[in-house]
Design a protein around this ligand. Structure first.
Ligand code: GMT
Length: 376
């Protein structure tokens, strides 16, 4: 198949899923054309069967605001036409599903029928898509897509109830390369971060409000009352300064390590003992899956699709949003009981391999492509 993929190219789960999907599909012989404003971060080396088309943005004094969605449409039209694509698969509804719809209409007027598949990832549905300035457009663009997938059952239900959409939505969970993300104890890094054998908590995110990173710091404060511990924070974003301020205020400046944006997350995860995900909203929680696949148990909130990923009291623990005391209690429970920790760690790995391995999930996308392409 010849597939066009559009996604946000920077850090962030939807871009990661789109890029990794493209890479696996390319390795299976499909021809993949990424269409975006920058090269996706995970596409940092030559991969056979993968092509990249950059959306050119002209600056014109009259255009006070960027016309990216329209430039993207034109690029989609061009690539579909000249590369003879079979379908366009767009990740994150805003504005990608709308640009794709427009491209489809333009192509139709040229006698070309291109199928559009939209994958819903999270805040495109649960947050920003609900804003009055976007809602009618998001609803329309989803309805006009030939196929729609959601990364969790939770997100599918939210889409149907929040937007009143009467459309078949296929749930295809996020996936992981369990050969890359695997338990490989990173002793050297661990000793560097925790020279006195402190327990290491870890959290990775884009430091947006919805991630509640401050709660992870408050959990550390409570865990430290019971055992020596450190917290590694990976990523960057709007809440980072506030998190740094809070660590100083709580006297934790030496125990909270801000590592910033990092590649090779699997090595850092393998130096950790426990992953914290205190999110206020999380449609799936790809970063929690990355930890689980390395055998690192997760303590999270009970929001969104997280209960589809983490089994409470088996592969991790789930608490209410903002219930820092409970998250700390669960963390202490796991970190102080070796046998229990080992069982949770093994269950986390097993669940990743058996349910979310890329070789299980990517064929679900391929089958869905076939289904949509066969529809008249
Ligand atoms: O919706 C977002 O916050 C952005 C998006 C991203 O690009 O990082 O994240 C979402 O998509 C990921 C991949 O499908 C999911 O694993 C995340 O749970 C989801 N984030 C939220 O729902 C907050």
């Amino acid at each position: 198949m010849k597939i066009g993929i559009t996604c946000y190219p920077t850090y962030g789960g939807s871009g990661v899923v789109a890029t990794e999907l493209g890479k696996v599909l390319a390795s299976k012989g499909h021809q993949i054309h990424f269409i975006s404003y920058a090269l996706p971060r995970r596409l940092n080396q030559f991969v056979e069967n993968i092509f990249y088309h950059e959306v050119e943005m002209s600056s014109y004094p009259l255009f006070e605001h960027s016309l990216y969605s329209l430039a993207l449409t034109s690029k989609m039209v061009e690539v579909v036409q000249y590369e003879k694509l079979d379908l366009l698969h767009v990740h994150y509804a805003i504005p990608h599903a709308t640009s794709a719809f427009l491209a489809k209409e333009i192509l139709k007027s040229n006698g070309i029928d291109i199928k559009i598949i939209t994958t819903l990832h999270g805040t495109d549905i649960t947050l920003v898509g609900l804003e009055p300035s976007f809602l009618p457009l998001v609803k329309f663009s989803i309805e006009q897509s030939d196929g729609v997938t959601a990364v969790s059952r939770f997100l599918k239900e939210k889409t149907i109830t929040n937007y009143g959409i009467d459309k078949q939505i296929e749930v295809i969970h996020n996936f992981i390369d369990t050969k890359l993300y695997k338990p490989t104890p990173n002793k050297q890094f661990k000793e560097h971060v925790a020279p006195k054998g402190e327990k290491i908590l870890v959290h990775t995110s884009n430091f947006r409000q919805v991630k509640r990173v401050q709660d992870a710091i408050r959990v550390l404060e409570l865990v430290k009352r019971e055992m020596p511990a450190k917290l590694m924070l990976i990523g960057d974003g709007p809440d980072r300064s506030e998190c740094e301020r809070l660590s100083r205020e709580l006297n934790l400046a030496d125990d909270v390590l801000f590592l910033g944006k990092q590649d090779g997350i699997e090595e850092i995860l393998n130096a950790s003992d426990l992953f914290l995900m205190p999110s206020q909203s999380e449609s799936f929680g790809l970063s929690a899956l990355e930890a689980m696949s390395c055998g690192i148990p997760v303590v999270s909130t009970s929001v969104g699709g997280l209960p589809e990923l983490i089994q409470h009291n088996e592969s991790g623990y789930i608490a209410e949003i903002g219930d820092v005391e409970r998250m700390a209690k669960y963390s202490i429970e796991l970190l102080s009981h070796k046998k229990k920790y080992k069982a949770f760690s093994e269950n986390s790995r097993k669940r990743s391999v058996e349910l979310f391995e890329k070789n299980i999930i990517v064929p679900q996308y391929e089958a869905y492509y076939e289904k949509i392409l066969s529809q008249k």
